[in-house]
Write a protein that binds this ligand. Structure first.
Ligand code: PBE
Length: 267
C-alpha cells in the first residue's frame, strides 16, 4: 500500500533539545508559521538526547527531524542537511554577540576593552570543538591560543594588566559556547583576572545579565536564536557588538531523507 506519510513515520514529532534554548523558542514559532506543521509537536529533552536519536536513526537509516545548528562538530560527523525555511522563521546566517551588565565598563574598564576586542571565526571555534572530542575543552582552548597568539595579542594590546580582579562570565552548556568561554576566560586570566564561568540556559543568562548577577558573556546568537530573550531583557543589558558571524539554526534531517523543505513535513 501507500508508504506511510512522513508525519506518520515520525509520529508528527520534531526532536528538540533543552527547553530554554533559543532554537526551542524559534521552533515553537515555526510550528505556528507553517500550516503543514499544525499537527506536529516539538519534543524537548537535551542536546545529548537529541544526539542519541541521531545516532540510532542513522544507524538504521530511519527518518528523523531535529532542531540543529552549526557550528557543531557532530553535525559535520553525519551526512545531514538543513530543510529550506521558506517562511524565514529561522532567519539567515547569524551573529554571536558580546554583552555585559550595565555598569560593567565603568567598574572594569580593562575587562570591557578586552571583551570588546574579542573577535574570531567559525573555523577557530570549530577547531576547538573538534580537538575537544579527544581532550578537555580548556586544553583544546589553550592549544588554539598558542597557535593564534597574533590574534589573541591583538585583543589585549595596550590594555593594562590587573591584579586578581574577579570577573563572572555567563555562558551556555553547548559545545560552541564552551569553546568561546574557555578562550576568553584564559585570555582574561593571563591578563590578571580571576575568572569564573557559569554555563546556564539562555533564558537564565539574559535574566542574570539584566539583574547584574553576571558581568559579561560572549555567548548569545542573534538576531533570531535568542532574539526573544533580548526583547525581554535587552533594555537592561549592554550589547557590546559581534564577536563572530556565520552561525546557522534550523530543522535538520539525515541526507538520505528525500525531503528538502519544512513544507515537505506533511501529514
Ligand atoms: N544553540 C547553540 C543555542 C545557542 C547556541 C543554537 C543550541 C540556542 O539557544 O538554541
Amino acid at each position: 500500500g501507500e508508504d506511510a506519510s512522513i508525519g506518520d513515520q515520525l509520529d508528527y514529532t520534531i526532536t528538540g533539545i533543552e527547553p530554554g534554548a533559543g532554537i526551542t523558542e524559534t521552533t515553537e514559532q515555526a510550528l505556528n508559521a507553517y500550516d503543514n506543521l499544525s499537527d506536529w509537536e516539538l519534543e524537548t529533552s537535551s542536546t545529548a538526547g537529541m544526539m542519541g536519536q541521531i545516532d540510532s536513526a542513522i544507524a538504521n537509516e530511519e527518518p528523523l527531524v531535529v532542531t540543529g545548528w552549526t557550528p557543531h562538530y557532530k553535525f559535520e560527523m553525519y551526512d545531514l542537511k538543513f530543510l529550506e525555511d521558506p517562511e524565514g522563521v529561522y532567519g539567515d546566517s547569524e551573529f554571536v554577540h558580546t554583552m555585559s551588565r550595565i555598569g560593567f565598563e565603568e567598574d572594569m574598564p580593562e575587562a570591557y576593552a578586552i571583551l570588546e576586542n574579542f573577535s574570531w571565526e567559525v573555523d577557530d571555534m570549530q577547531q576547538i570543538m573538534l580537538d575537544a572530542q579527544d581532550m578537555e575543552f580548556d586544553e583544546a582552548a589553550s592549544d588554539w591560543i598558542e597557535e593564534n597568539r597574533d590574534l589573541t595579542d591583538s585583543w589585549v594590546e595596550g590594555i593594562d594588566e590587573v591584579d586578581g580582579q574577579s570577573i563572572e562570565l555567563g555562558s551556555f552548556p553547548w559545545d560552541s559556547e564552551r569553546a568561546s568561554s574557555q578562550v576568553i576566560s584564559q585570555i582574561l586570566e593571563e591578563h590578571g583576572f580571576d575568572v569564573t564561568v557559569s554555563n546556564v540556559d539562555p533564558s537564565i543568562l539574559f535574566q542574570a545579565l539584566a539583574q547584574g548577577e553576571v558581568d559579561a558573556t560572549v555567548a548569545p546568537w542573534l538576531p533570531t536564536t535568542q532574539g526573544a530573550y533580548l526583547e525581554q531583557y535587552g533594555d537592561d543589558i549592554v550589547d557590546m557588538g559581534v564577536n563572530m558571524e556565520g552561525t546557522v539554526i534550523g530543522l535538520v534531517v539525515p541526507a538520505y531523507m528525500d525531503i528538502d523543505s519544512i513544507e515537505d513535513l506533511t501529514g
